[in-house]
Design a protein around this ligand. Sequence first.
Ligand SMILES: C[S@@+](CC[C@H](N)C(=O)[O-])C[C@H]1O[C@@H](n2cnc3c(N)ncnc32)[C@H](O)[C@@H]1O
Length: 353
Amino acid sequence: MLYAITVSAGLETIARQELSERLGSDTGHLKILGRKPQRILFEYTGNPRELLSLRTAEHLFLILKQIPKMTRSRSSLTAFSGALSRFNFKEAFACCRQMGINTWKRMPFRVTSRLSGKRNFRRVDLQRVVERALIERGWYSGSSKSALDIWAEVHGDDGYISIKLSSNDMAQRPYKQAHIPASLKPTLAYSMVRLSRPHPEDIFLDAMCGAGTILLERAFIKRYRYLIGGDVSTEALDATVTNFGRQHQPRQFFHWDAQNLPLGSNTVDKIVCNLPFGETIGDVSELTRLYRQCLTEYERVLRPRGRMVLLTSQNTLLDDTLKQRRSLRVTQKLTVDVRGMRAWMSVVCPKTR
Ligand SMILES: C[S@@+](CC[C@H](N)C(=O)[O-])C[C@H]1O[C@@H](n2cnc3c(N)ncnc32)[C@H](O)[C@@H]1O
């Protein structure tokens, strides 16, 4: 069967790596077919329920039909109705049932449509073409919970007709009970943790842990030696404690200022941190000082073979701060989208290696 996962902009490479590593090319079940902006297409012959465990994915789709050579012209919409009028739903329905989605001969459905690029038709035109084609197959349009979620999309030269298999909360995590403003999406936190190259012997630090998303993603990914989190805000720390519950030992949380860490030098293997973007700290000189002091502390506590992954929208500020710290170098940088804002994930290592 042909599937697609959608991911936040900038996470395509990491998502592809996660797919291969976790659902394995070596099992013979997986064949990755392509990577498009915010989308990975792949064939998978294993149980589709396993795909719901992907931690980079926002949504999971079963692709019914991929329609090539879409143009600007309205006439290219006929390819959608043509594809649906002949489509045999037998295998697709079997896949839905494996996912716990009921199917009937007269299937209730709703259509969501998405378009990008310049077209001589509107999103609603695409939606109506697909609705009409399904009604002609004896299905009926409905908004009940049991209605099948059909997606019709046109991006670049490609059209897709898919069934959305994931619920809206695929990318949410059950652990995230308590929230704070500017809390990181778990899919982004997971991606940062992957970039830190998790190792079972890691002493892992997030010195500005907010609601604990990064620490929890680290806890779920692999064994570790110790998790350390801290924050200047007691509300944030309370959220971390709530989200952890009794699980994931050993760990310790501190109410601290990350500019002055009560940790020994060369004691931490990995630092993964979502730095403040400056939305609440309006004063540039204050933000500059915060970045400088934190980086000094991070460098001090990090082991010579350690690794940091830092997320910020303040790319120039972070680069300038790192340039002043001659013993650190950026080894990788990804541009990502955070709450509609452009931000950067930087992997930073001591130069001694
Ligand atoms: C962008 S949020 C991090 C969100 C977190 N990654 C999450 O998913 O919830 C930044 C956090 O840094 C904390 N913070 C800001 N300045 C700090 C400082 N000097 N020391 C420690 N924490 C600080 C804030 O209280 C806030 O919780």
